[in-house]
Design a protein around this ligand. Structure first.
Ligand SMILES: NC(=O)c1ccc[n+]([C@@H]2O[C@H](COP(=O)([O-])OP(=O)(O)OC[C@H]3O[C@@H](n4cnc5c(N)ncnc54)[C@H](O)[C@@H]3O)[C@@H](O)[C@H]2O)c1
Length: 344
């Protein structure tokens, strides 16, 4: 019988891409837990699996559950024998966290605590992957890229709640020997991303001939920047890490001897917000109409620059498959062929 894994948040953007990658590259049975809020969309499954055979479709089981509540006996009976847990379920939109911080505390800290606590009883568990973000490190000064064990410096409730969940995961390894692997991922872009996020939202604005507001510094001279990574590459990295755990363990990442594993998943290149909009314009053929706006005044809690050091994951032999330009070209083409995914 093939092995079983749990993906939380599988109806979300990265979760469904990870599930597709696992279906295509392993023979694992995949159980996903999702509470199907505004960002969790079951249509992602029907769309991505529309050409899959019935055997492949049967390998995915979707369980409706809100992780703010403990795992009950019925769910336990479905996931008791999982080998890996990929914990992606989270409230994920920074702007929403600024309006409603407590939802983020419950979804990203309390729900993570529930799942970690449950995972202590999983006899076959080999890895619990906690999906964290570059945002836990806060703004990166020019020429600085944060390493895996650098300090947290959250500037909004989203990043603080992700750092809280991350630190709980560290504690569950130290206290209960749970086999934790934490990933920090940069800005992810890809198919079926929710249209409220910057990349699909920019393409939508270009299509609708609306002005794109580019967040920049106070003087409106320098757009904010991010490293971008294609969702398929994130899925490749995650599978690579769980399949090469011995290599990760040898990395001895923390100079002070912390035993929990942490790995940055980098993008290939840093792009500022204007460059992203220009790439989307170039690949779509839509004209870009933009204005630089002072992001500090209009969006408190937003950082001008995030950056992660990529030397560790590269040292163990992983690199993204797609350059940023290739990724954006592929993605824009996909959205133009599937325009319904740009509509709110
Ligand atoms: N998108 C990015 O650029 C990015 C970057 C770094 C890290 N991350 C992290 O990756 C993970 C996935 O991000 P995403 O962009 O796919 O998010 P998403 O918002 O698209 O998906 C999150 C999913 O989790 C589900 N969910 C939320 N709270 C839940 C709860 N309490 N119980 C059960 N299900 C719940 C939602 O219904 C949704 O399907 C998150 O943990 C996020 O913090 C995302």
């Amino acid at each position: 019988m093939s092995e079983k894994v749990l993906v939380t948040g599988g109806a979300g953007f990265i979760g469904h891409i990870l599930i597709k990658h696992l279906l295509d590259n392993t023979d694992w049975e995949i159980v996903t837990i999702d509470r199907l809020d505004y960002s969790g969309n079951l249509n992602r499954f029907s769309h991505m699996l529309k050409d899959a055979d019935s055997e492949t479709k049967k390998r995915v089981k979707i369980i409706y559950h809100d992780l703010k509540s403990e795992i009950n006996n019925l769910i336990d009976s479905q996931i008791r024998d999982v080998k890996h847990v990929f914990h992606l379920a989270a409230s994920s939109h920074v702007d929403r966290s600024i309006v409603d911080p407590m939802t983020f505390v419950y979804d990203n800290v309390v729900a993570t605590g529930n799942l970690l606590n449950y995972a202590r009883n999983l006899d076959k568990l080999e890895t619990f992957v906690y999906f964290s973000t570059d945002e836990v490190f806060g703004p990166a000064p020019d020429n600085i890229s944060f390493k895996e064990w650098d300090r947290y410096n959250s500037t909004n409730p989203y990043s603080a709640s992700k750092a809280g969940g991350e630190e709980l995961a560290v504690a569950f390894e130290n206290t209960y020997d749970l086999p934790i692997l934490i990933t920090h991922t940069m800005n992810v872009f890809g198919e079926r991303q929710h249209p409220e996020k910057f990349v699909p939202n920019t393409l939508w604005k270009l299509r609708e001939n609306k002005k794109v507001l580019i967040h920049s510094n106070k003087d409106k001279t320098k757009p904010g920047s991010r490293h971008y990574v294609y969702a398929e590459d994130v899925a490749r990295a995650v599978l690579f890490l769980v399949q090469n755990l011995e290599l990760v363990k040898k990395g001895n990442l923390d100079e002070y001897g912390a035993k929990c594993l942490k790995v940055n998943i980098p993008g290939t290149k840093e792009l500022n917000n204007l460059e992203v909009a220009q790439l989307i314009s170039k690949f779509s053929g839509y004209k870009l109409n933009y204005e630089l706006v002072d992001f500090h005044s209009t969006r408190p809690g937003h950082d001008l620059r995030y950056a992660l050091d990529d030397s560790f994951i590269k040292s163990i032999g992983w690199e993204p498959k797609y350059s940023v330009e290739e990724g954006f070209e592929k993605l824009v083409k996909w959205f133009l062929e599937n325009p319904e995914w740009l509509d709110f």
